[in-house]
Design a protein around this ligand. Structure first.
Ligand SMILES: *Cc1c(COP(=O)(O)O)cnc(C)c1O
Length: 376
């Protein structure tokens, strides 16, 4: 089935008992045994371990990504943590140099006393990844497009390097989403999502997940399932239900994000106030060729711009926009703009004139008009 159909029907079982077309929310934390006290086949035991709404959500997430199993978490960060945790002590990880900021903070702060180390490289140049491999390198973590420079990593080339050295490859597919990129087609071992972003789509549910391909490593999947059910960083039944419902419109939201982003990028590229637009859909973009080869039917809804002048000019532009809210996060129906340098703090590697834009699904003419009035 196509992604539009899966987004609606995968993991939506309704309710046979009442005939409800939409599955009910099962809030109960505990489930009854039979009269002899035995577990009932197919029935849950305790909601931390499993719950009907979480199972439905996981089915939909796996189907959208073309995977065999999804494991849902209370946040994207909890999902990422489960992967690093599964690597064990003394592991070395290779990360993109402009990775989602808090992914690296997990290694640098939470794992400081557990001897997990990492090397940050520019993943748009695969040779740099190969050069960074050490004896204890266990994982290459890809994020493409990257945050906030929208660099594109060639997933296929990275997987072939990893295979030679028997290293796992994970792909944070939060920005591209399976609508525009299917990392399993290139052989990655797992996909991670912050479902808080495009999957949720309305900036009102925090969540994350890990998804495995059909030829998954059972040991790794089991370790991550245990981290979820025993560690307990699980999403509530209501959050699972809400995310499942939000995903029903995923495939109609995504093309609008991408169309708007391309038109806005073309408009901004022609403005004298803008030094550079980072959007892989622009023909002028240095990553356009790789993006075209790898991405499907569009380039997503995220971009960043470098404002001529510096920090002051960038902040001033952000403050003059009315429809684009100056706020962090991305992937919601509403457009957001953010000055990454001030959010990331002194360790930030983002240029101080960079604004990251999450292009929403408002009418493109209103979005462009908002920039026109801000430039006046
Ligand atoms: C937001 C985000 C995360 C972290 O997810 P949370 O749901 O905020 O914990 C990880 N990776 C990327 C690319 C993100 O945008």
């Amino acid at each position: 089935m196509k992604i539009e159909t899966l987004a609606i029907h995968a993991g939506n079982h309704g309710d046979a008992h009442t005939g409800a077309v939409v599955s009910p929310i099962t809030l109960s934390t505990t489930f009854e045994r039979d009269s002899e006290g035995n577990l009932v086949d197919g029935r849950d035991i305790y909601t931390r371990a499993s719950n009907p709404n979480r199972r439905d959500l996981e089915q939909k997430l796996a189907a959208l990504e073309g995977g065999s199993e999804a494991i849902a978490f209370a946040s994207g960060q909890a999902a990422t943590l489960s992967v690093f945790h599964a690597l064990g002590k003394d592991a070395h990880v290779i990360l993109p140099d402009d990775i989602y900021y808090n992914t690296k903070v997990i290694i640098d702060s939470l794992y400081k006393s557990y001897d997990i180390t990492c090397t940050a490289v520019d993943m748009s140049i695969p040779q740099k990844i190969e050069n960074a491999i050490q004896q204890n390198t266990k994982l290459i973590w890809i994020e493409t497009p990257s945050n906030p420079s929208l660099k594109i990593a060639d997933i296929e080339s990275i997987v072939s390097i990893a295979r030679k050295h028997q290293i796992l490859v994970a792909c944070d597919n939060t920005w591209a989403t399976p609508y525009f990129s299917k990392p399993f087609q290139f052989g990655v071992d797992l996909v991670m999502h912050s479902t808080t972003k495009y999957f949720g789509g309305h900036s009102d549910i925090l969540g994350g997940c890990i998804i495995f391909p059909s030829d998954k490593s059972e040991t790794l999947a089991q370790a991550i399932r245990t981290f979820q059910s025993v560690g307990g960083a699980v999403p509530s039944p209501f959050d699972c239900w809400l995310l499942n419902r939000s995903l029903s419109t995923f495939a109609v939201r995504m093309p609008v994000h991408a169309q708007n982003a391309l038109l806005l990028a073309q408009f901004l590229e022609a403005r004298p106030e803008i030094e550079k637009v980072n959007y892989p859909g622009l023909a002028s973009n240095e990553y356009h060729a790789v993006a075209q080869k790898q991405m499907i039917g569009g380039f997503g809804g995220m971009m960043s711009i470098l404002v001529k002048g510096g920090e002051k000019e960038a902040l001033s532009l952000a403050s003059k926009l009315k429809l684009f809210k100056h706020a962090t996060s991305l992937g919601g129906v509403e457009s957001l703009i953010e000055h990454r340098y001030s959010v990331e703090g002194i360790h930030s590697t983002s240029p101080n004139n960079l604004l990251r834009i999450s292009v929403g699904i408002e009418h493109i003419e209103d979005l462009i008009r908002d920039f026109e009035q801000a430039f006046q």
